[in-house]
Design a protein around this ligand. Structure first.
Ligand SMILES: [Zn+2]
Length: 184
């Protein structure tokens, strides 16, 4: 298996997080002893917090190119009255506009929740290089939870996937949100 490539089996998220730590994507830690993947996922979590602040389901995403933040986005389906305004789509649109190219060939996407089929489709269309997600989504996740679209030859573009990055924090944010909504 080439370095950095993490292929997961269903339900193996915890181990995948460890694998991500080990293969560690251009290695290097930030001052907090976190891996590069965790560093970017933390920024995605900040985006998710912004979604929560405006009453949206808290999911956030960032797109990274050349070790730099290229774009970010959070779920804004209610705000925009747009069922396609998931965090990944918002970030992909911003990234493409910023680089003036509809292909995001050397870009990596970090999202706090396992992507749905729409967002995975958008990532394939955009030619995203690597996709990292936080917590699995049993309802919509298509990288092993609800569906499994990770087969390498399925599309004419293959994305490297890694799940379970800061999974506990990503999940806690969602759980708190839905719990509060139930009690209000
Ligand atoms: Zn989606």
């Amino acid at each position: 298996m080439p370095a950095g490539k993490v292929v997961l089996s269903v339900g193996d998220w915890r181990r995948s997080a460890m694998a991500a730590l080990k293969t560690n994507l251009r290695s290097g830690e930030n001052g907090m002893g976190e891996t590069t993947a965790e560093h970017w996922m933390r920024l995605a979590l900040q985006q998710a917090e912004r979604a929560r602040a405006v009453g949206e389901v808290p999911v956030g995403a960032v797109i990274v190119a050349d070790d730099r933040l290229l774009a970010d986005g959070y779920n804004r389906t209610i705000t925009d009255t747009d069922p396609t305004a998931h965090a990944e789509i918002v970030a992909i649109r911003q990234a493409a506009r910023r680089i003036g190219n509809y292909r995001l060939t050397d870009c990596d996407l970090y999202v706090t929740l396992e992507p749905c089929i729409m967002c995975l489709g958008a990532c394939v269309q955009a030619r995203i290089r690597r996709l990292f997600f936080g917590t699995p989504d049993p309802r919509w996740g298509c990288l092993g939870s609800r569906l499994d679209l990770r087969a390498p030859e399925l599309f004419n573009h293959t994305i490297e996937f890694s799940g379970g990055i800061l999974a506990d924090e990503c999940r806690a944010l969602l759980q708190d949100f839905f719990q509060q909504r139930r009690h209000s």
